[in-house]
Ligand binder design. Structure first.
Ligand SMILES: Cc1ncc(COP(=O)(O)O)c(C=O)c1O
Length: 396
């Protein structure tokens, strides 16, 4: 007799997670041979001095065995110097800095550490796709603050409505993936006012694109008056130095918050990327000028892709930061972003990401599509040539 089995062994509260949209769309790019403007990773590596520092560390035996749990002291000190030099935020490298396996682990460990069953996490919506997964793992409830189209600005009424007494964490992301919006001064002050009115609320800010802004400046939420003691700031070397595969991230903030995250982190990965930690310490101390060049180059590539997408008939929302530009596809007759992205791969040989994956599945926006410009200019130009030669209207 056969024993009946569940369709999936995955526990019920995690069944909504499925496969990440990035894996799905990258597979579509591979199977169709399309140009992949979906997943946000650079096709040119970061500074060679940083790659050399990593290989030197491996060959000289630095970090090949378990590094210290919170991260090697050299990297924690470099992160503290970076926060001070970039934003005049002072953190103690001994107790207020934690090195993690990318920002992803810092985010997940923070949610698992701070959110109890029944607690609410309030996040800007659309959101990065690891947020709902982390909240589901913590058995919390995710509430979205929907950014208002067409420019994806923060709406005060939506923010105030989302932050209830059950809210434990306000999860911010600026510069914002997928929209490229960068929270401005007035929005940050508004958020700080709402936080001040909710004593139980802790702010977790995802600032992985902190250095990739175009003509506007990123302001860390922790730098607002009274917010440092309430805020855990998360960032990563992946985007800043174009080494997304190394997965060296970090969390900074008050010692109690960092210590809570560390309690969880030590049982997720314990430690990771020993030799890469040495290389990232070198990068933070010596390669910030390279980052200025990356920002300028991304600015040019942003303008190139925005222009090309407009020429191809798409409604472009020009981003102030990140790797991404968002387009509205409704004026081309489309009402389903997944259908559009499938047709796009077949008709134009280009892959982009349907933004419905970044919304609450109960009520997603289905008319936005995300494109990355963190690719070489010739790749962007080839994609634009293919897009402008294609009829992108909905045929149904
Ligand atoms: C908003 C945002 N947060 C976090 C991450 C993950 O960063 P890491 O690769 O350092 O884990 C990404 C990567 O795309 C991201 O876009």
């Amino acid at each position: 007799m056969r024993v009946p089995t569940d369709p999936t062994p995955l526990v019920p509260h995690l069944r909504g997670l499925g496969t990440t949209i990035f894996a799905e769309m990258s597979a579509l790019a591979t199977s169709t041979g399309a140009i992949n403007l979906g997943q946000g990773f650079p096709d040119v590596d970061g500074p060679s001095s940083v790659a050399e520092a990593a290989s030197r560390a491996i060959l000289q035996g630095h970090g090949n065995q378990y590094p210290p749990g919170p991260g090697i002291p050299q990297l924690r000190q470099a992160i503290a110097r970076h926060q001070s030099a970039s934003y005049e935020i002072d953190v103690d490298p001994g107790s207020e800095v934690l090195v993690t396996a990318g920002a992803t682990e810092a985010l997940t460990a923070a949610i698992l550490a701070l959110v109890d069953e029944g607690d609410e996490v309030v996040a800007l919506e659309p959101w990065f796709d690891s947020y709902p997964a982390a909240v589901a793992m913590a058995r919390g409830t995710l509430r979205g603050v929907r950014l208002a189209p067409p420019h994806f600005r923060l709406d005060e009424t939506a923010l105030r409505a989302a932050v209830t007494p059950q809210a434990r964490v306000l999860l911010l992301n600026s510069p914002h993936n997928p929209t490229g919006m960068v929270l401005n001064h007035d929005e940050l002050v508004l958020i700080a006012r709402v936080v001040a009115a909710h004593p139980r609320l802790i702010v977790v800010t995802d600032e992985v694109y902190e250095h990739l802004t175009f003509g506007v400046r990123h302001t860390p939420f922790a730098s607002l008056p009274g917010m440092r003691e309430r805020t855990l700031t998360i960032s990563s070397s992946g985007k800043t130095f174009s080494f997304t595969g190394w997965k060296i991230g970090w969390a900074t903030g008050p010692a109690e918050l960092v210590s809570a995250v560390r309690s969880v982190k030590q049982y997720l990965t314990y430690v990771s990327g020993g030799p890469f930690q040495y290389a990232v310490a070198h990068a933070l101390d010596h390669e910030m000028a390279w980052v200025d060049g990356l920002r300028a180059s991304l600015h040019t590539r942003r303008d190139r892709l925005c222009h090309g997408l407009t020429e191809a008939g798409l409604d472009v929302v020009r981003p102030d930061g990140t790797y991404f530009v968002t387009t509205d596809i409704s004026s081309l007759g489309w009402s389903d972003d997944r259908d559009f992205c499938q047709a796009l791969a077949q008709r134009a040989g280009v892959v982009a990401i349907p933004c419905s994956a970044f919304y609450d599945p109960a009520d997603p926006v289905r008319t936005l599509v995300r494109w990355t410009f963190t690719k070489r200019e010739d790749v962007i130009d080839d994609a634009i040539t293919q897009l402008t030669a294609t009829d992108l209207t909905c045929h149904r």
